[in-house]
Design a protein around this ligand. Structure first.
Ligand code: COA
Length: 146
């Protein structure tokens, strides 16, 4: 498996079936996808895209100092979940963000994926909240360079 930078539209191949199943392709477009500092990564197995993850410069509502990155759109093709691909994408993104100014990484996780993030050392912040159509979420963060 190899991880490399991809374009925002390449992520749709995985975002759509895994994160926005049954919704229009348009729903795969996230605010900031095309921003200069946004990063999109794809995990490949023999030239086949099998997982994606994106990072956006965004303070969100919990961080108001320094420069903070939000991780979004973490998804792995269904048949290859639970084989370490998601974790490899998260660790790859963290390594890359360590080379930049980044005070915190944060993300809004679907509550049913919370342990995936806590196992990677992410801590809860704030209370659970509903995202229409998608479900209950919890914000998690990790302190970075400061
Ligand atoms: C959540 C997701 C990205 C994780 O990627 P993955 O490749 O399946 O996970 P990994 O194999 O790297 O898992 C790493 C660890 O997290 C655990 N884990 C993975 N997915 C989990 C989940 N949904 N709930 C709880 N724990 C999970 C694994 O069991 C593993 O634990 P271990 O280290 O004790 O063995 C992937 O399963 C996925 O795409 N799920 C559907 C979409 C989704 O929910 N995305 C997240 C939106 S916030």
């Amino acid at each position: 498996m190899e991880i490399r930078s991809i374009s925002s539209t390449q992520t749709f191949e995985i975002r759509h079936p895994i994160l926005r199943a049954g919704q229009p392709l348009e729903s795969c477009k996230f605010i900031g996808d095309e921003d200069e500092e946004t990063l999109h990564f794809g995990a490949y197995e023999e030239q086949r895209l099998i997982g994606v993850l994106s990072c956006y410069v965004n303070n969100g509502k919990h961080f108001n100092q320094g420069k903070n990155y939000q991780i979004r759109g973490v998804a792995v093709v269904e048949k290859l979940q639970q084989k370490g691909i998601g974790k490899a994408l998260m660790l790859y993104a963290e390594q890359l963000l360590k080379t930049k100014v980044c005070n915190h990484i944060w993300l809004n996780a679907r509550v049913n994926a919370s342990s995936f993030y806590t196992k990677l050392g992410y801590l809860e912040i704030g209370t659970v909240f509903e995202v229409p159509i998608i479900g209950t979420h919890q914000c998690f963060y990790k302190k970075f360079n400061q």
